[in-house]
Design a protein around this ligand. Structure first.
Ligand code: GLC
Length: 730
């Protein structure tokens, strides 16, 4: 009896694939950067040579592109239209690093949803977000785009972003395909210099850099983008271990991987290959399903298949996953977008969501002695100074291709609105822009301060100083800002610094001058009202740092979950450089892990953030002092609002695995809770620790919980000392 021929799949993607020529399949793998709708493009679309376009945002143009693809090509396959919608489309939310400071999955999810709705209303059906690179080096400009230094926090926010972008059903207007990028390890680029080499041992890759991508895959992310970077000698776009063995083999990812911009031919620039043809071969065989912008697949893949250097099954698999996404998006049924199906851009609800996200992203780093909040009923005049007090463009931050500064509400405008007729506002930029070294404006700024009861100074970075390829070797305040702060401080008025920046800055020189310091990142369209809400107390600050702030750039990398080393520094284990006696004996200054001129602690630790009240943690307990591998333990502690204002606290849970088959960090975030408490109120916090929290990739790079002693900590930042102990037994 002859065996039945393989039944033709009822799978629509497979059925379509079966009708396609090799060239048409390769056409699906080809993404073109849009410039203009010229005849050549029309012809190529009609020939089925293009499966996706990026950087076209006009609805009518996109609908015409879709019409050509659907009506004039042989098989009528619609297009994926991609765009970088990183933290908003028209309504701009805080940069992702700022959103991460909210530690609020709902806020992050809503921001992603609003971005997707506004992008979708322009005909875009795919965004190259979320950016999930863990980063511990604020010299790197792209730290602005990431979700911070910690894999646990980044993983949960990654899930929220994917859910916000993709919604429950990709076929719905306002749901678009997400793209987890840049896979993987990009944030570890040497010296914080973009595109630089990364050398990450597999164990660290698995414990630190991969988890947010795994979280995105588990959340159903439709696509993944390869990183530009060289990973241990094999650049991501040619790295089969990463793109096939891990992503598909271990994680079961069924979508497709898009290269980063021309990262396929860049394999020859890296020196992994010797030509574009070899690059196309290496990338296709590694598992890169779509070639962004380079046309390398278009030029070489058919020939490589005919030469037997790339198996046609590789092309089939990539083309099928791309077609499947188009099916999932409903593009075969509804290839066109209509404004009527979407709410207006930057509508009040969207702006309110951006304001709430900006509020919750603000981190209060200093407030002595309770300089903030400012009671406007008791202040006759305010000085609003600094190059970022009234800059509608700069407050939006990096990656805002489609943002509109006309929509921005700046801090100055918001302060004026709140001050009304009761409080005079004296405004003077002092500097025209953040990098300016001209002191010509100082006199006006100083005069504004002289006339005022309180000084609000808005300093930081222009948006161009962070983002892709915008790295800094010195991360202090640019230009003459430090000098301006020092001059204003000499007047002795209460001085509040509000910092707008795309990264942690080294603030030591200005910190001493500030009575209060509020970190606003680049807060987006509604940054002004959000900052004013917190400065004047209608809303208390609740943000917590998603990244460590170094004292000096020379401390980098410095992050909370560092390994203990064999000679950890302690407060009394070293002699600071200014206290070393002349001709001190070589071993007299301490043989532990520290810098003579910076010590071993950061300016501000991961998880740090003040409120307008005071929170106290006490009475930490574990439900069992010993538990077998695979079981769970409850950890609890009291949290009290010991101040005189209500407040929201992000209570954090950390563990330390004292001894493992590989050395373990001195702390690892494994949970947090957002708690609102009235003055004097106490609540009992309870967390559960189980295999999901205790397991790590062990010496064999297998996910495992190992027996031994664990410390567990609860507190308001990663420097918490409130600790309990339990044993995990074999
Ligand atoms: C860029 C970025 C990537 C972005 C892509 C498309 O070079 O690395 O994040 O999505 O190109 O603009």
């Amino acid at each position: 009896m002859t065996s039945d021929p393989t039944p033709r799949s009822s799978d629509p993607a497979a059925k379509l694939l079966a009708e396609m020529t090799l060239e048409e399949k390769i056409g699906q793998l080809n993404q073109l950067n849009f410039t203009t709708l010229h005849d050549d493009l029309r012809g190529r679309l009609a020939a089925g040579e293009i499966g996706s376009l990026l950087n076209v945002v006009d609805l009518d143009t996109i609908n015409e592109l879709q019409r050509i693809a659907v009506e004039e090509s042989r098989l009528g396959i619609p297009l994926l239209i991609g765009r970088d919608v990183i933290h908003g489309f028209k309504t701009i939310f805080p940069i992702p690093l700022g959103q991460a400071a909210s530690w609020n999955e709902d806020v992050v999810k809503e921001g992603a949803r609003v971005a997707a709705v506004e992008a979708g209303s322009s005909g875009i059906n795919w965004t190259f977000a979320p950016m999930l690179d863990v980063c511990r080096d604020p010299r790197w400009g792209r730290i602005a785009e990431c979700l911070g230094e910690d894999p646990w926090l980044a993983s949960r926010l990654a899930r929220a972003m994917v859910q916000g972008i993709q919604g429950q059903d990709l076929r719905q207007p306002g749901a678009i395909a997400a793209c987890a990028k840049h896979f993987a390890g990009y944030g570890a680029c040497e010296a914080g210099r973009d595109y630089a080499t990364t050398n990450i041992p597999e164990n660290e890759l698995r414990n630190v850099y991969l988890p947010p991508f795994k979280a995105a895959v588990d959340a159903g992310v439709a696509t993944v983008m390869a990183s530009f970077s060289d990973l241990n000698g094999i650049p991501a776009s040619g790295n089969r271990w990463l793109m096939t063995d891990v992503l598909r083999g271990e994680w079961g990812f069924e979508g497709f991987v898009v290269s980063d911009w021309e990262s396929v031919p860049q394999l020859a620039v890296h020196g992994l290959t010797a030509s574009d043809r070899e690059s196309a071969q290496a990338a296709a065989n590694a598992g890169i399903g779509m070639d962004m912008a380079s046309q390398t697949y278009h030029h070489h893949l058919a020939d490589l298949v005919r030469a037997g250097l790339v198996d046609e099954s590789v092309i089939d698999s990539a083309a099928a996953s791309i077609i499947q996404l188009k099916i999932d998006l409903g593009l075969f049924d509804y290839p066109f977008s209509y404004t009527k199906d979407y709410p207006p851009m930057a509508n009040p609800q969207h702006l309110q969501a951006a304001r709430e996200a900006a509020r919750q992203s603000l981190v209060l780093l200093k407030n002595e002695p309770d300089t903030l909040p400012i009671d406007l009923s008791r202040v006759d005049s305010l000085a609003v100074i600094g190059p970022l007090a009234d800059d509608a463009y700069e407050q939006l931050g990096t990656w805002v291709f489609d943002g509109d500064p006309q929509l921005s509400h700046t801090p100055l405008s918001a302060i004026r609105a709140l001050a009304g007729d009761n409080t005079r506002v004296h405004a003077a930029a002092g500097l025209a822009y953040s990098r300016s070294t001209s002191t010509d404006g100082f006199a006006d700024a100083l005069e504004a301060a002289r006339q005022s009861d309180v000084v609000l100074m808005f300093v930081g970075e222009e948006s161009i100083l962070s983002g892709e390829a915008h790295c800094r070797a010195d991360i202090s305040l640019p230009g003459a800002q430090q000098a301006l702060v020092a001059r204003v401080a000499e007047l002795g008025k209460p001085l509040v610094l509000i910092v707008l920046a795309g990264r942690p800055l080294t603030l030591g020189p200005v910190l001493e001058h500030a009575d209060a310091l509020l970190y606003a990142w680049h807060p987006g369209t509604m940054g002004g009202p959000a900052i004013a809400d917190v400065l004047f107390g209608s809303h208390a600050p609740q943000g917590k740092l998603p990244v460590t702030f170094p004292r000096m750039v020379g401390q980098i990398p410095i992050y909370y979950s560092q390994k203990n080393t064999g000679k950890p520094a302690t407060a009394d284990s070293f002699t600071p450089i200014d206290e070393i006696p002349l001709r001190a004996a070589q071993t007299s200054v301490g043989n532990t892990s520290f810098h003579l001129d910076a010590g071993y602690t950061p300016q501000f630790p991961f998880g740090f953030g003040l409120s307008y009240t005071r929170f106290e943690y006490s009475d930490i307990r574990v439900s069992a002092e010993s538990l077998p591998v695979g079981s769970s333990v409850e950890v609890s502690a009291d949290l009290t609002n010991a101040g005189d204002r209500e407040g929201v606290e992000i209570a954090q849970l950390y563990i330390r695995d004292l001894a493992g088959s590989v050395t373990r960090p001195v702390k690892e975030l494994k949970g947090w809770q957002r708690v609102s408490l009235q003055p004097g109120e106490t609540t009992r916090l309870t967390f559960t620790l189980g295999p999901g929290e205790l397991a790590f990739f062990d010496r064999n790079n297998e996910l495992n919980t190992e027996p031994g002693e664990f410390h567990v900590f609860i507190g308001g930042n990663s420097d918490t000392r409130l600790r309990a102990t339990f044993q995990v037994t074999a």
